[in-house]
Design a protein around this ligand. Sequence first.
Ligand SMILES: C[S@@+](CC[C@H](N)C(=O)[O-])C[C@H]1O[C@@H](n2cnc3c(N)ncnc32)[C@H](O)[C@@H]1O
Length: 251
Amino acid sequence: MDDDELAVLLRNERYPRSAGYSGRWMVDGVMGPNAVWQAEALSDVMSLEPGMRVLDMGCGTALSSIFLAKEFGVEVWATDLWIKPDENLRRVVEADVEGRVHPVHAEAHSLPFAEGFFDALVSIGAYHYFGTDDLYLGYYSGFVKRGGQIGIVQPGLAEECETLPPAGLAPYWKWDFCAWHSPDWWRRHWEKTGLVTVEVADRLPEGWRDWLHWNEVCDRDSSAPQWEAEMLRTDAGRTLGFTRVVARRSN
Ligand SMILES: C[S@@+](CC[C@H](N)C(=O)[O-])C[C@H]1O[C@@H](n2cnc3c(N)ncnc32)[C@H](O)[C@@H]1O
């Protein structure tokens, strides 16, 4: 598929800021269902002001970090485990945000930052890999200033299921999807620490359609197997979607 066709297929009116970015750039950096769309959805419910210091935790190929730096004028520490910072630095330089996006190689339980260093913490398609532990938020929230926001968005369920896999999804289910949770689950998971006030815990409106749209275009572009798109079509938004949560560190 050529780049123009890809750009047309990826048009999505729910994400007007993302429309300014190359579809090929998004597909080349893919690690999940469009980090740029998800970053835009998270930014809709967070206060990001120019000059703020933002941690992008589990940034993967740093697309969301580049997007946030360009769109909001924030300075981003693009932190990831699997993707090496040399690779992300190359992307940062190509995107002309050198000095505004800082690639960092770190494990989520061993972050090389000072307490209270950040004005905001974001995590896109990643927090469920390390943040379902009851005690993790107590460690993580220490890196944002008191009163600062913590935002996550990632695959999730509409509601917690008594048994997994959810009805009808057994053919597609992978064991680690057990870390996908509902907005209410995340609200309780964070509120029970007493360390934050949850301001938003919702499903992205029509999020499952965006996820399916993204997968269908990527599958067409790469002729990859389509099991994930099939799973989303089968579910039709009954169970799967994106969970978005924003909280503020208490004083
Ligand atoms: C599915 S990818 C999503 C990447 C990117 N945010 C996106 O949406 O395209 C999950 C990311 O979480 C990061 N991750 C998983 N476990 C981690 C850990 N223990 N510490 C730091 N990062 C971790 C991985 O390095 C990976 O890049």
